[in-house]
Write a protein that binds this ligand. Sequence first.
Ligand SMILES: Nc1ncnc2c1ncn2[C@@H]1O[C@H](COP(=O)(O)OP(=O)(O)O)[C@@H](O)[C@H]1O
Ligand SMILES: [Mg+2]
Length: 228
Amino acid sequence: MNRDAPGEVTVQGRRLMVRHRFFSLKNMVLLVADQTGKEMVYKCFVKGRPSLVREKANLLRFAPESPALFGESEDALLLEYIEGENLLDVYVRLEEEGLAGTEVLDNLVGSLGRLYRKSPGYRLGDMNLRNFILEKDNGRIRFVDYEETSVGKREEDAGRLMAFLLTYRPVDTVWKRTFVSHLTERLVLSGLDGTLIRHYAEDELTAISHRRRMEKIMLPEGFPDSIC
Ligand SMILES: Nc1ncnc2c1ncn2[C@@H]1O[C@H](COP(=O)(O)OP(=O)(O)O)[C@@H](O)[C@H]1O
Ligand SMILES: [Mg+2]
């Protein structure tokens, strides 16, 4: 187990052994197991109850695409554990191996489509690739972090996602630009507005350049007009 996590936690009278602490800048997120060995995720909200209430409402809104809710305490939710690899690790590995990642692209577009059909008018919010898990058993991609989910446009999610995809390190490689173009092409084919994706991607790239004090990364040439 990494970093200072408790040895066990209690939810609604159930004692749960802590097996692992996931990487998180905001909250305490733990892999826990009950007496039978069943693994679940314990997400403790550092900012308190309003964040928990918001995430719970959104989890239910996107069920069954979202992780199932197994219980809650004053400041934590007990969730279905989606076993697999987070999409950031998958993305880094694809680039290292020089693979196109066609299957991952198709799975991601399929998962986003299923999620948006569940809750029209909502956007997922935090499009960090760590919030997506490539499920071990079936190769499906699941979104796990609904704390920032809100009413909004799908194109805002897509634009932010493109900005993140281009700026993971090493930033703005030819491989990343190709991946981003292919993903945008698929999303536009699935019905999203390419011009709006561009607008939100530009916004996020500007924000990232300020946050990291670096020169602003430009979108792939002609994006998205070359593909609309
Ligand atoms: N239901 C889940 N199944 C598998 N892994 C999860 C699940 N929920 C969270 N995680 C892992 O824990 C990390 C942090 O959880 P997350 O819900 O994103 O909280 P935050 O980003 O607010 O700290 C995620 O990036 C993911 O790797
Ligand atoms: Mg997260």
